[in-house]
Structures are given as C-alpha cells and as structure tokens.
Ligand binder design. Sequence first.
Ligand code: ADP
Length: 492
Amino acid sequence: MSKDNKVHIYNRLFFKLYLNYSVMLLVTALLICLIFMKLYGDMTMKNIKTQMEDRANRLSTRASEYIISGKEGFLDELSLIREVNQWDIWTISNPYALNPMRVSMETGDTYENFTTQEEYKPYVESINKAFQGENDQQERDDKVYEQTIITVSSPIRGVDGEVVGAILIVSKVGDQNELIKSSLYYIVLSSVVALGIAFIIVIIFATELSLPISRMRTTALELASGNYKAKTGIKRDDELGDLAKTVDILSEKLLENDIERKKLDQMRLDFFANVSHELRTPITVIRAYTETLSDGVVQEEEKKQQYYSRMLSECKSMERLVGDLLLLSKMQNPDFAIEREPVNLNQVFDDIIRGASTIADKKNIKIEVVKDSPVNMILGDYDRLRQMFMVIMDNAIKFSEENKSVHIKIEKTDKIIVSIKDEGAGIDPSDINNIFEKFYKSNLRQNASGTGLGLAIAKQIALKHEGTIEVKSTLGEGSEFIFSFLPLEEDV
Ligand code: ADP
C-alpha cells in the first residue's frame, strides 16, 4: 500500500464516527421533542380541565347563593367570566325539580332546547349528570366548533339542597393547540441550536479519535517504506495510546534490527577485506620469489635455499590462516557439536606445558602451575580444549619480556576456574573489548606474525563447552585470562 493510497471519504473512520454520533444526536433530539410535546400537551389539558372544574363548582355555589337570597345580577357576573376566559357558559333550569331555577338565572336555552336541537344534543349527557347531582367532564371533537372541546358541568342546588339547575362550561382546545404549536417552534429552534453545538463537539471528538489512527497508519507506511526512525508521537492513556506505543516499540525494534543488519553486513565486508589482506602478503612474496627463481637470476645455491625456506614459511602461514578460518566457521555454526567425553583439565595442562616450555625456555620464561585438586574433570573435547588453552599460553609468552613468569591456576568451587596470568605488556583499556573479535590485533611489535584469529577461536571453543572466558589486564603490568566450566561431578 502506498502513501497516496487514499481512503474514500465514505470509508473514513472520521466520517463514520461523525455520521454515527450525528444520527444518534438527531434521534435523541427528536425523541426529546416528541416526549416534551406530549407531556406539555397533557399538562396544559389537565390544567384547563382543573381550572374549568374549579370555576364550574364556584359558579354553582355562587348561583345557589343568588337562588337562596333571591337577589338578581348573577347573569352579569357570568358574562364577565365568559369574556375573561373566552368560554361558553350556560345555566340550565332543571325541569324535573320541585322548585326549578328562576328563569332570570337561565342563560337563554332551556333544557328542552338542548334535548331537541341537534347541535346541543352532545351536551345533554353532561347536563343530566349535573341534574343527578354529579360533576361531569368530557373531551371530544365537536362538529359545531370544528375542533376539540372540553365540557364541564356542575349541579346548582336550591333551598333544600335540591338540584334546581346545572352549569355547563365549554372551552375550545384548538387555541391551546395553537399555543403548543408555537412553543414547538421554540423547542425545534433550541434543538437545532443544541444540535449545531453538539455537532461541533462531535467533530472535535471524532477528530480526537480518528487523528491518532491516521497518524499510526502514516507511521506504519513509513516503516514499510524503510524509514525505521518514524514514530507516531502519540501520548495517550487509553487503548489508542497503547496501540501507538506498540507501533513505536515496533519501529524501535525494526531500527535496532536494521542497525544490527548493517553492522553484520559491514562485518562481512571487513572479514573479506581482512582475509584478502592476510593472504596478499604471502602470495605476493611467493610470486616474487618464484618469478626470481624461474628467471634463473639467482645462481648461488645458498641464496636459493633461503628463497625456498621463505616460500615454505609463507605457505605454512597461509595454511595456518585457512585452517583457523575453517575451524572458526565450523565453531560458529550452531549445528556443530563438539565431542563430549570426560576430560581431566590437569592432564590437558601437563600436555600444554610440555609443548609451551620449548618457546618459554627461549625467553627464559618460567611457567608456574597451581592445581588445588589432582583431578579437575569436565565434559568436552580434549584436542579443542588443548588448542584453546594453547592460544592463551602462546599469547602470554609472546607478549611477555624475557625472564618473566606465567602463572596457571586451576581451582574448583561450584565451577572449575582456570586462570592464566602473565607479567607481560598488558592490554590497552580501549582494546580490551575488541580482542575477541576476528582479525583484531594490536600493533605491538610481538604481533607481526599473528592473524588475530586466536582469541576468537578460543572464545568459540569455550562457548561450545558452555564455559565462559574473561580478561583482566593492566597496561604494562600483565594480563589474566579466566575460564569457568561446569565440573563433571562423578570424578571424585
Ligand atoms: P593473534 O593470533 O594475532 O595473537 P589473538 O586473537 O590471539 O591474535 O589476540 C588478539 C590481540 O589481543 C593481540 O593482537 C593482542 O593485542 C591482544 N592480546 C592477546 N593476549 C594478550 C596478552 N597476553 N597480553 C597482551 N595482549 C594480548
């Protein structure tokens, strides 16, 4: 996938998040509007009904007072209330009463009118209820008013408490609906404003979630294209932060691997350069001597013998180099297993000292051995172990001045520790970490003939025996190489 492989807007996480939240907000706003309207409508209706009922009760009490006192003026009071509330109010005399209500208190239509005229018939039920002494309340769509109306009726009582008439109040609810509708306008308006604000918050929120993801995508693409320094730069405490941290760890690991790979490439190149370099000198020498000899320029037999012996020594050094390299590559192969048999290290050292004393004697170097036990057994390959200690002994003698000593100590604790200590030149602290590298050699005079492979081979042999090798050294005072191995327990 390339960097400019754009994700279509509809498939973008940001768009999907935005859409989801927006739909959610819209649905919520709509639901709130509907619930609010329903509650508001119900509440308003209930208020009107209570108000009408209350008024009807009070008017019927008031009418009773007028009837009992015989005073006039009730209708004037009624018309005032009618005007204020925009209600239709009737007082109807009860024709079945012993003492029906005075005509002067009737609002105009008799009970008979209600029972006979078509448009009044719907009210008869309410009036009859009032005549029976009960309050009544009804809500219905009315044909005459052409809208919803509320009807409330209440009995008017005379002197003996007899129901002498009824009060009937009618209110049009259409006006209320208008009110609800106008309030709906404000609800919708405020919802739209709230939605607008919510959408801005949603944009911020969706960006907050989608931005880190697109940043991680960019980083992943950078990593895929080989830029291992790319980092997400995201610091968050949530799951996205965890994921970004993982991507950053991945990029660090890739960078480390890349550095390691480059280092290995360089080592391989160095290795080839070193091998070529090491082989060039002997080959050049052999070629020059062979040419000289074949040209017949050299006549003296003694000189010829000198040439032959130099050529032989160069061949030997090439043979040693190739042998060392073969051994090293064999040792570095993880599949190569050394032979494992019980080996007494004391015996190995007896063998080594016999071999090393010839070169040691030439420089009058004393070899001192301390063994704290007659046998120090480990499991391993006798010849390889001998070769390993020989490298160290060779160096110890090579880098020591005449008349010095080399101290060998073999001790057994929970491990077998072998120390070979010389009183020689010592190793520069800046070199000490490199001496086990292939082809590493200091430019000391004693080193002219070395290949720099000895310690690398010794280390590989130690590792193949599950052992360790360490070095301590002070420049000008000497060096100590310390080995440790797991002892073979059955030896005692
Ligand atoms: P070489 O085969 O050339 O001797 P080695 O791998 O054995 O190479 O040693 C590598 C380098 O470590 C040497 O060139 C030398 O600088 C240093 N070295 C090893 N042993 C000693 C020692 N006993 N004293 C001082 N320097 C040493």
